[in-house]
Write a protein that binds this ligand. Structure first.
Ligand code: G1P
Length: 292
């Protein structure tokens, strides 16, 4: 059986990034760099590798620089060209998206992740699509979304990336309840946003990668407020679960939560330790720092 291809991806990037103030006072948190690329570029590249053709950024006031980052930079490119800086030139052109493939949807009020996704409804239209939260970075040779697309091509329906988390951390995540766990995929039977430790159905947390059917927009349109008075994507998925299949995928790779300082620094060290240019010099430096 073949399922409709996943061609579009939504990137909710309207958040304030308060955990990184003052760095994010004027600069969006998605422009913070992980090694040599901003977080948003990591997410876009993961999506591209998974076959995504259209990229939809859900932005708020002051986030236009996220669009500029993917525009061409002719003056800079001319200078690099005339100076023979081929590698730098390649890096600049790699970060330019093809004409007509990047679109934006405005989210004028911070009403929650579900609302952010709903803001992209007319750009997505009536087809299945991906959602990537750039804060969640997954380091793996095969990208997390590529793995999810494979799962989707097998099962259809909706696919959510999941990971086991320590029980004391369940209240930071959407948590799934599932069955038929074969160690890689799980049939999802329930979803709950940030449950208390005592009532959590499991320790399998939703990580910021989703493949969703367009019917999710009908659920989001109800604008029902959930935890924290926000329109939660998890709640809309929980309702859609009554009519549609949801599969959880335990993806391969290490996930870093770049939405907080510790996860962001850890991700930078992990990526730097794989970078051919600096890894050999960084290793002794890190060891020295730890030693002292
Ligand atoms: C959001 C979702 C949550 C999910 C998490 C993954 O929460 O609401 O279900 O587990 O992303 O990063 P947030 O981190 O925005 O509070």
């Amino acid at each position: 059986m073949t399922f409709r291809p996943i061609r579009k991806a939504v990137f909710p990037v309207a958040g304030l990034g308060t955990r990184f103030l003052p760095a994010t006072k004027v600069m969006p948190k998605e422009m913070l760099t992980l090694l040599d690329r901003p977080l948003i570029q990591h997410a876009i590249e993961e999506a591209k590798d998974a076959g995504i053709e259209e990229f939809i950024l859900v932005i708020s006031r002051g986030k236009e620089i996220l669009v500029d980052h993917f525009n061409s930079a002719p003056e800079l490119e001319d200078i690099l060209q005339s100076r023979g800086k081929k590698d730098a030139l390649a890096k600049v052109s790699e970060s330019t998206l093809d004409d007509g493939t990047l679109q934006t949807a405005l989210q004028t009020e911070a009403l929650g992740l579900g609302h952010a996704v709903w803001c992209a409804r007319s750009l997505v239209g009536d087809e299945p699509f991906a959602v990537l939260l750039p804060d969640d970075v997954i380091q793996n040779p095969k990208g997390c979304l590529s793995q999810m697309v494979e799962t989707y091509n097998q099962y259809g329906g909706n696919v959510i990336a999941v990971e086991n988390v320590p029980r004391e951390l369940v209240s930071n995540y959407g948590i799934i309840e599932g069955e038929n766990d074969n160690g890689q995929t799980i049939d999802i039977r329930g979803l709950v946003e940030k449950p208390a430790v005592e009532t959590s159905p499991s320790t399998l947390a939703i990580i910021g990668r989703y493949i969703l059917q367009p019917e999710i927009f009908g659920e989001l349109a109800r604008k029902e407020k959930g935890l924290g008075g926000e329109i939660q994507l998890t709640d809309a998925m929980a309702r859609l679960l009554k009519n549609q299949k949801f599969t959880g995928l335990r993806f391969a790779g290490t996930r870093y939560d770049c939405g907080n300082k510790l996860g962001f620094i850890a991700a930078n060290v992990a990526y730097a330790l794989q970078d051919t240019d600096i890894k050999d010099s960084l290793r002794p430096l890190v060891q020295k720092l730890i030693g002292s």
